[in-house]
Design a protein around this ligand. Structure first.
Ligand SMILES: [Zn+2]
Length: 489
């Protein structure tokens, strides 16, 4: 069987954090508004009305372009993209065809092998979002659809990559990095659940070593990182199976079903010519001056990549850990607040903070969908938990139990440890008497030790843990077990 290579390009639509819509003065807070309360003749597509460009939206696209090392166009314009669909009020969408605001950028990601790889950003352009269709079932069985126009005309930026990714893991890395960037510069809330950050994936398959691209399948509107990952994995296998059987891949648009875990054919892919693009006659071209770019550049805060370097240099974090932290702005904020509370910090403690946030916090984020900043955990309680662990008042298993409890319900780690009876036994008398009980019950282990079998120490330690319900401090118990065994010699 030939070896295949998957080729992936991503298109991300991100709603911009503007006060008003892209071409009218309707407020953009449509998420929390009743249906059809954020509308006017412009975004409803009434005849004879004129659009006005939102300056802030242009600025946010320039800002994103600069953060992604793009070149910014001196002159940009809007175009009409024509297609009929019930959610498109005017029968065309105002978008940008051949003169996007930003182009030729790049984003560095960390691959599975812990190597950096550059993903080229082809272009970033500005357009308007469309209305929302809500499909309903009547009690008598008939189906109907409702239209909410609040979303129509919301400023939307589209970030398009070259087909530079070769695995679901790389696509996931790119999406996480991009997500962290647009959030950190305040361009978008980038909330995937409410549709502020949506992804289309273009996937094709070719025989490894070939330079021509295979037929491209586009999977539309995937709305979580996990779904993008699963959809690419699924599509990768589907295409490889077809090619192995000698069948052809159809260039088409497919949808992703989360419940079924499959992609489903929707329609054959459109080509640019199907949209009959032409320059928007109601809007003038936009000239972007060097001075304007300079002003926007000065407002860009520390970017995730710079933050990663700082975490590595200042806190001596391994690149892998720093990368996970900076790709989630909640995690990196929480990390820095916790570090501040510690004051003087060792390399070991900063690594420990990163581990609690990335590994245990990451697990709870997956299981319960609670972000560390939205959890009940506070930097102060994490400091306390780590301190108790470092002082051997807890062992790592009991510390995890307490972490889970404060993450979801809050509270003080010391009090919870008391309540749950999890404080580690560091009182030597109690430990010694537990060891005596264990040795009494296991005479054969003593014989084995005397015959040179050192491994019985681990076995006996396990028994001591059992005897103390997991609360004995191993650092105290192990030397004590050895000492007692030696006395039998
Ligand atoms: Zn409006």
């Amino acid at each position: 069987m030939p070896e295949f290579e998957t080729v992936i390009g991503l298109e991300v639509h991100s709603q911009l954090l503007t006060q008003s819509k892209m071409f009218c003065s309707c407020k953009s807070d449509y998420q929390n508004s009743s249906p059809n309360t954020r509308t006017c003749p412009v975004c409803m597509g009434m005849p004879g009305v004129l659009p006005v460009i939102n300056r802030k939206a242009i600025e946010l696209v320039i800002k994103t372009g600069l953060a992604l090392n793009c070149s910014i166009s001196e002159r940009t314009k809007f175009d009409r993209k024509n297609y009929p669909y019930p959610d498109l009020m005017k029968g065309y969408q105002i978008s940008q065809y051949d003169m996007p605001i930003a182009k030729n950028g790049e984003l560095e990601v960390l691959t599975n092998e812990n190597k950096t790889k550059t993903i080229r950003v082809e272009r970033i352009h500005l357009e308007e979002d469309v209305a929302k269709l809500l499909h309903r079932n009547d009690p008598n069985g008939s189906k109907y659809s409702l239209l909410d126009i609040n979303r129509a005309g919301i400023a939307l930026m589209e970030i398009v990559t070259h087909p530079d990714m070769n695995s679901a893991e790389e696509a996931d890395q790119y999406l996480n990095s991009l997500h962290a960037i647009v959030r950190s510069i305040g361009a978008s809330t980038a909330n995937m659940e409410d549709g502020s950050f949506r992804c289309d994936a273009n996937i094709s398959t070719r025989i490894k070593g070939e330079s021509n691209l295979g037929k491209k399948v586009e999977i539309k509107n995937i709305n979580s990182f996990r779904s993008v990952f699963r959809a690419i994995k699924y599509e990768e296998i589907r295409q490889q199976k077809l090619l192995t059987k000698g069948e052809k891949i159809t260039q088409e648009t497919r949808g992703w079903s989360d419940e079924r875990g499959t992609t489903i054919s929707q329609r054959t892919k459109e080509y640019a010519s199907d949209y009959r693009y032409f320059p928007e006659p109601d809007l003038p071209p936009v000239i972007i001056s060097q001075q304007w770019i300079k002003e926007i550049k000065s407002e860009i805060p520390e970017l995730p990549l710079e933050k990663k370097e700082r975490f590595i240099n200042t806190y001596k974090l391994p690149e892998y850990d720093a990368n996970i932290l900076v790709n989630n702005i909640s995690s990196s904020n929480f990390f820095e607040s916790t570090i501040k509370q510690f004051g003087n910090i060792t390399e070991k403690t900063s690594k420990s903070i990163a581990n609690w946030i990335n590994v245990e916090g990451g697990r709870l984020l997956n299981e319960k969908n609670i972000d560390v900043e939205k959890s009940r955990l506070t930097p102060a309680s994490l400091v306390k938990l780590i301190t108790m662990l470092e002082r051997n008042e807890l062992n790592s298993n009991t510390a995890k139990t307490i972490f889970d409890s404060i993450y979801t319900s809050g509270g003080d780690p010391a009090e919870i440890a008391q309540e749950m009876g999890l404080i580690q036994i560091t009182d030597s008398e109690t430990i010694e008497s537990a060891i005596d009980v264990v040795l009494n019950n296991n005479p054969e282990a003593i014989t084995d030790y005397l015959q040179g079998k050192e491994s019985v120490i681990q076995f006996l330690m396990g028994q001591v843990m059992k005897e103390t319900k997991g609360k004995a401090n191993p650092k105290m118990a192990i030397p004590s077990i050895k000492e007692k065994l030696e006395k039998f010699k």
